[in-house]
Design a protein around this ligand. Structure first.
Ligand code: ZN
Ligand code: FE
Ligand code: FE
Ligand code: ZN
Length: 267
């Protein structure tokens, strides 16, 4: 079993279990390495508008880093990496960089969860899809992913086609949107994440879609692997399927990071 680089903690307000339980679950499943990548504070909103059930509070960021450091020592030599999941919001790059530079991180996952303030992956805001022509929506979402890639801020782009979360998809062929996006990602030199949480939502398939992943392989985009666990038992969930898909499109390795430097783990 390979590595799980997308694990949350209860600090984000919507995950449960102790960090020790996530580690125990990983070891029990035979994972070789893990990384915590919890949601950083909602830096893109004024403090009064931030929601504690979506991301950790500003003052919890140092606590989060301290807790991961403790856990690293406690389980040494089992490798546990320090990551963060950071929202990409166009125009707020400097604010984001200021938050991220406060700590020495192994890696940063970049996520697009908002389009003009609409939290499109939030079940409570699902009716927002009704306001869009779906092809236009997908174009808009993937152009934001392209900007996230080009920003140079991230090591891997988390759940790269998250817009499909509720299974709401345009009817026509969107290969051209995928290919434009993957070309931009390859040019930026950023990884993409194969994220198995898509199996647990209405989309019913891993992020990204296999067609998207084939293009990633064609353009030589490296991949990281993550479960997006919000419960200890979700660590490594769906990894057999993920590895099968990765191998079927030609991947033989996934990326790990130590202080932002890439290593490769044979799958
Ligand atoms: Zn979360
Ligand atoms: Fe996310
Ligand atoms: Fe996540
Ligand atoms: Zn996520």
């Amino acid at each position: 079993m390979p590595v799980d680089y997308h694990i949350h903690t209860k600090m984000c307000g919507h995950a449960s279990g102790e960090m020790e339980e996530y580690v125990a679950s990983a070891r029990q499943k035979g994972l070789r390495e893990i990384g915590f990548a919890d949601h950083i504070p909602m830096y893109f909103l004024p403090p009064a508008k931030r929601d504690d059930s979506i991301a950790m509070k500003e003052e919890e960021l140092d606590t989060y880093v301290g807790r991961v450091r403790e856990i690293q020592e406690k389980y040494y030599p089992f490798p546990i990496k320090l990551g963060m999941e950071a929202d990409f919001v166009p125009g707020m790059e400097n604010e984001l960089k200021a938050v991220l530079k406060r700590h020495d991180l192994d890696y940063i996952l970049g996520s697009v969860h908002y389009l003009d303030g609409w939290g499109f992956d939030n079940p409570a805001q699902r009716d927002g899809y009704d306001r869009w022509d779906l092809y236009e929506l997908y174009r808009r979402y993937f152009s934001t992913v392209q900007k996230a890639a080009a920003s140079g801020i991230f090591d891997s782009l988390a759940h790269p086609d998250l817009i499909k979360k509720f299974g709401i998809r345009p009817e026509g062929d969107i290969t051209e949107i995928y290919e434009d996006t993957v070309r931009e990602i390859a040019a930026a030199g950023v990884c993409i994440e194969v994220n198995t949480s898509g199996l647990r939502v209405p989309a019913g398939e891993i992020y990204p879609n296999t067609g998207f992943l084939q293009l990633c392989h064609k353009y030589r985009v490296p991949v990281t692997l993550g479960s997006d666990a919000h419960l200890p038992q979700q660590v490594g969930a769906g990894f057999k399927e993920a590895v099968d898909i990765l191998k079927s499109v030609g991947y033989t390795k996934v990326v790990t990071f130590t202080g932002k430097n890439k290593n490769y783990y044979q799958i």
